[in-house]
Design a protein around this ligand. Sequence first.
Ligand code: HEM
Length: 434
Amino acid sequence: MSVAARPLPPAILSEEHERDPYATYRMLRDDYPVHHDESTDIWLVSRMADLRALFKRKDVTSENYEFQIGQFHGRTLIEMEGKEHTAHRRLLSPFLHSGGLEDFVPRIRIAARDVLAPVVRREAAKVSGDLAGTIAREGQEAAAAGAEPRFDLVAEFTAIYPITVTREMLGVPAEMHDIVVRWYESIADAISNLEGAEEPYERGMRTREELREYFMPLIAERRGSGGKDLVSLVADADVGGTRLTDEEICAFISLVIVAGGETTDSAIASLFKLLLENPEQLEAVRADRSLVLDAFAEQLRYAPPVHMVLRIAAADVEVAGTTIPKGAKIGLVLAAANRDENKFADPDRFDIFRADNDTDRAFRASADHISFADGRHFCVGNSLAREEVEIAVGEILDALPGPPRFAADFEPGETGIWFRAPQRLDLSYDAAAA
Ligand code: HEM
């Protein structure tokens, strides 16, 4: 059959694609390695080798972030190039690289325990019948004694924990938690608003203002204070011989809140979903915690939190025999490249033991998967994400008295075409093991 006779892949903004994006990606890789998607006016590129090459080209820029996120955050490192980009990227080093990250790890663990503890206590009380005590302690509604333990890992853990870690890093007090979550959700919704709907756009713009109203006085207070939180460090940092303006610092904070939130949140939820769907692999991880990072590396390949990143063609760009015109938006489909048959054996199989997705390299630009992207903007937060996920998975498995399973009648699923993740994950566990 000639290529022309092959069916066209569904539009990115179609229900068919949302239901099963991996079917679209297979069609793209097999027959349309460079494909103009009419619904978004984006040129989709889906094969691993093509993505690796594109990420390294100088005439393929990240200017897209100016309209995609710059209007909500302000100008940040993700849309910068050259020396300016390097100087801004370095601002995160005190928390994201070896020494600084090691010092921060105990606070990450405390954050995981603090979020998890009330949920576990409430569920244990539900099973044991200690309802009055639980209600008094947690102010929570508990179900009838002896009921099946049941909680939504997304609402009660993954949506809260990474934001708690970011808040700790910024030195923002716990009473601000709900507000920071609201900011993060509003900006994340505005960024993933591919359809250009009005409501998420306006909410994103209002959040930009609110965030500045809160942080501007805080920056003034912390400048010169010698504080060790990220706001103090960035306020006093020397960036190419000068200090950042308050506006630049607010943009930076806004980026950090969103970049480290939704991604890690999705990763933990997806990882549990995949392990529960593959019980023998779950058992292996429960028995040997050194496998948590193998599981995370494979989750990143198999179900990445970020399905696609954009770039702009600064000149005509030829890929796999097709010319993408100057000025066009290029969609580098990370989730498609992660299932490239030329790179991974049996790519649609989730397998934490696979030999072709090396865990030692999974958190470096030389990773086999491409979920942290590649090139200049390779995810600067990958080591923090690794610590957060490893700690969270260990803490959850330790806290539950028995092996986790999906709660009765719960059908796991996932949604999203830009960021993709389970929207809820109702879990239970074998209470008899308690
Ligand atoms: C599993 C978790 C994560 C995933 C899958 C992920 C994914 C990504 C991807 C794909 C990019 C590249 C964007 C592009 O090239 O257009 C990126 C960049 C970035 N990520 Fe992450 N990320 C994660 C966690 C984090 C965390 C915890 C932080 C913490 C601050 C973070 C901060 C950033 C920043 C600041 C950038 C921009 C880097 C630059 O422009 O040089 N990420 N991330």
